[in-house]
Design a protein around this ligand. Structure first.
Ligand SMILES: [Zn+2]
Length: 280
């Protein structure tokens, strides 16, 4: 599943290529995937900006020709979920088997939303109405943002003190954008066992964890994300943070720090990888 660094990498690659281009038409091949409750126009939208919040991508679109009767600014919110991909094509090609939504661009190409599992969504809102999406409206702070401080992490661990620390990191209302990969890697670097109760971890250790979360997320963005299974950016290129992973999906391998065998357990309903010697 693409997490913050992967979604941020997609945002950057797309912004460079298609900012200020016009979407001539949005074509939906599978009605479940494109949600347009307000019946907004599917034609002639200028791509003003592409933003990211947590694992959400937000396309800020304005009417290429302003109208007095219609909405002139809308937001297309895209959540890739498990296997969603956004891929730019230079020319109009036959839609792939799992292409569910296509944005036809004025440069003769398209941006295709492709999703094998079909959990991902493209949701269209009048600008500002994106906050009516509960998952989006309740997102916690960005891990690299100014409001994500060590004090905030300590406070949130008190609020969810009976949850495991991994459960807190995965909770999008506590912190936005972290998933399985970066939760496991941050906890490894901080030396915290993933199933430890959030309320039982010292403030000193949570301060270390805060630093490690920021470090891991920033490094992963620098490496253009982690290509585990099928993640690629908007241009079809893989990331390379998988080369830097210490524990995620490394069960059976040796810890890069102490040579103890990495173990896999279930925490917060998710496969969790840790070093039983470094993380106690
Ligand atoms: Zn170790």
């Amino acid at each position: 599943m693409p997490e913050l660094p992967e979604v941020e990498t997609i945002r950057r690659t797309l912004l460079e290529k298609i900012q200020n281009q016009t979407i001539k038409e949005i074509i939906c091949y599978h009605p479940d995937v494109l949600i347009n409750q307000e019946n907004l126009s599917l034609n002639d939208w200028l791509i003003q900006d592409i933003r990211r919040r947590g694992k959400y991508l937000l396309f800020d679109l304005t009417k290429a020709e302003q109208s007095t009767t219609e909405n002139n600014s809308i937001v297309a919110m895209i959540h890739l979920r498990m296997t969603g991909k956004l891929l730019l094509e230079d020319t109009i090609v036959e839609p792939a088997k799992h292409t569910h939504v296509r944005f036809i661009l004025n440069n003769g190409g398209s941006l295709d939303f492709n999703d094998v599992r079909r959990f991902g969504r493209v949701t269209m809102f009048s600008a500002g109405n994106e906050f009516s999406d509960r998952g989006y409206a309740t997102l916690g702070p960005e891990p690299l943002g100014d409001d994500f401080t060590a004090d905030y992490l300590i406070k949130i661990c008190q609020r969810f003190k009976r949850s495991t620390i991994k459960g807190v990191l995965l909770n999008q209302q506590a912190i936005a954008g972290i998933g399985n990969i970066y939760a496991d890697e941050s906890l490894f670097r901080a030396g915290i066992k993933p199933d430890q109760k959030a309320g039982e971890i010292s403030e000193e250790l949570l301060t270390v964890l805060h630093q490690k979360i920021r470090e891991v997320i920033a490094e992963a963005i620098g490496h253009r994300g982690t290509s585990f299974r099928d993640y690629v950016d908007g241009l079809g290129n893989k990331g390379f943070f998988q080369l830097k992973l210490a524990v995620y999906q490394k069960d059976g391998d040796l810890c890069p720090v102490c040579d103890t065998t990495i173990e896999k357990i279930k925490v917060a309903g998710r496969s969790t990888h840790f070093c039983p010697n470094c993380q106690k």
